[in-house]
Design a protein around this ligand. Structure first.
Ligand SMILES: Cc1ncc(COP(=O)(O)O)c(C=O)c1O
Length: 340
């Protein structure tokens, strides 16, 4: 396989680039059609679509990685498919069969293969599956029709020139309600995060830390990523809560921490007053990969973990192992890798 597209791979960021093909499938009269690839990157939908008015939509994000042998692989797309179906169930949308989801992702990667960045550049092909309610409707109810689509964008490495810690601000805002849609990857959660994100950026931070919506005492999310911390006695800790998006990077890191790094792993409450228990902390997600957390500002306190300039050794090892598995340099646990 080869790279045939004229792109300066070293200059890639995380920006929309129109690639050649996207997959689109329509649900109508109770069933999905076959689905097809198209070069048209616009959608023509009813002005009365529920996705536009009532936020009946959800999405996913995953990446295709070029290996050193030139082949391309997906990382746990079945987990994204299952998560999208959990979001769809919460938002009263039809299920997309896991095989259909994976097949759509593979078709899109194959059709846009020239856009998969070369091995060694750190770049990847980011896939954006989404499911939206469409069709003529005006009342608050589920849509009569749905579109499932997957497009892709080549993206650069999250860190250019090495991993550097960033600082976060504990937000006064919530991203989720106790029995709301925090565990779903629903667009509305992200619309509600734009204002707190702007405020955090204006104050000089990379993003917000959101606390649990009921008591505002426990860490939930770090922007669009999950939190993890390494305790002084080398345990990998990550928050347990029903209103967190269950990060596929995080569930993978829990296995990597336990099986590759031989750390004890705990999913439990992380009180915002317990930051001094951790010698290192990070944010993890498909886009963020692993972002070391330098410090967290909470009220008048600013707590620094390992360092504001350097990444801690456990975080570094987690990062190297995760990326090694994703790019095919380290053997993955069974079932994690789907060759395209
Ligand atoms: C709110 C939120 N939390 C966590 C994550 C990380 O999840 P994943 O590792 O599956 O990308 C994401 C990104 O998808 C997110 O949007």
């Amino acid at each position: 396989m080869s790279n045939t597209v004229n792109i300066d791979w070293d200059k890639l960021g995380f920006d929309y680039i129109k690639t050649e093909y996207r997959y689109i499938s329509v649900w109508k009269d109770g069933k999905w059609d076959e689905g097809t690839l198209t070069t048209d990157n616009t959608l023509h939908i009813s002005e009365a679509s529920t996705a536009l008015h009532y936020g009946q939509q959800c999405f996913e994000g995953l990446k295709a990685y070029r290996r050193s042998d030139g082949k391309v692989q997906l990382f746990r797309p079945d987990e994204n498919a299952k998560r999208m179906n959990r979001s769809a169930e919460r938002l009263l949308m039809p299920e997309v069969p896991v095989e259909k989801f994976i097949d759509a992702c593979k078709q899109v990667v194959k059709a846009n293969e020239g856009y998969v960045p070369p091995y060694g550049t750190g770049g990847t092909l980011y896939l954006r599956p989404f499911l939206i309610g469409v069709g003529d409707n005006i009342g608050v109810k589920a849509a009569p029709e749905y579109i499932f689509s997957v497009f892709c964008v080549p993206v650069g490495p999250y860190f250019k020139g090495g991993m550097t810690p960033v600082n976060f601000l504990v937000s006064d805002y919530d991203r989720a309600a106790p029995y709301g849609t925090g565990a779903a990857k629903a667009g509305g959660n992200y619309a509600a995060s734009l204002y707190p994100l702007l405020k955090a950026k204006e104050a000089g931070f990379a993003d917000c830390i959101y606390l649990d919506p009921a008591t505002h005492t426990k860490i939930e999310e770090v922007g669009s990523a999950n939190f993890f911390g390494i305790t002084k006695d080398d345990r990998f800790i990550t928050p347990a809560s029903p209103s967190i998006l269950r990060s596929i990077t995080r569930i993978s890191l829990m296995d990597i921490a336990r099986d590759y790094l031989k750390l004890e792993v705990e999913e439990r409450d992380v009180p915002i007053t317990s930051l001094s228990d951790f010698k290192e902390a990070g944010a993890c997600g498909t886009a963020a990969v692993i972002t070391p957390i330098g410090g967290i500002k909470h009220g008048d306190d600013f707590h620094v973990f390992y360092s504001e300039e350097e990444v801690g050794p456990v975080t570094k090892k987690l990062y190297e192992t995760l990326c090694g598995i994703q790019f095919g340099d380290i053997e993955a646990p069974e079932g994690w890798i789907f060759e395209v």
